[in-house]
Design a protein around this ligand. Sequence first.
Ligand code: DUR
Ligand code: ZN
Length: 129
Amino acid sequence: MNKKLLVKKALEAKENAYAPYSGFKVGAAVLTESGKIYTGCNIENASYTPTICAERTAISKAVSEGERKIVAIAVTGDSEWTYPCGVCRQVIREFGEDVTVIVVKSEDEYREYSLKELLPFSFGPENLK
Ligand SMILES: O=c1ccn([C@H]2C[C@H](O)[C@@H](CO)O2)c(=O)[nH]1
Ligand SMILES: [Zn+2]
C-alpha cells in the first residue's frame, strides 16, 4: 500500500473543502481493492444538516464508480488530529471490516489504526444474513 501517496492525496483534497459555516476544512483519500484512490472533502450546507463529511464524500465517489471494498482511508482536518466521526466510521464499516484508518497531521506525521479499534463490536452487512 502506498501510504505516503494516500496521505498526500488527503492533504490535497482538504484544499477543496466547502466549509463556509464551520470554517473547519477536512480532506480524505480512500484506497480501494482495485488499487484506485478516491478523494473527498467536507461539503457544508446553509441548512446545516445536509452537510457531508470528507470521508463520506470520498467513499460515495468510490462506490458510485463501482467500488465495493475499501482497503484504507486517510483523513486530515483543521485540528491537530482529526478523527472520523461516528457516522463515517459506520459508513467505512459497510465497505470493509479490516480497513486501515490513517489520521493525518502532516505529510510525515500520521497515526495508523484499524477500523476495529475505532469501531469495536460493529454492526455490518454480515449481521443481516
Ligand atoms: O471527521 C470529520 C469530522 C468533521 N468533518 C466536517 C463536518 C463539518 O463540515 C465540519 C465541522 O464538523 O467538519 C469531516 O468532514 N470529517
Ligand atoms: Zn463524518
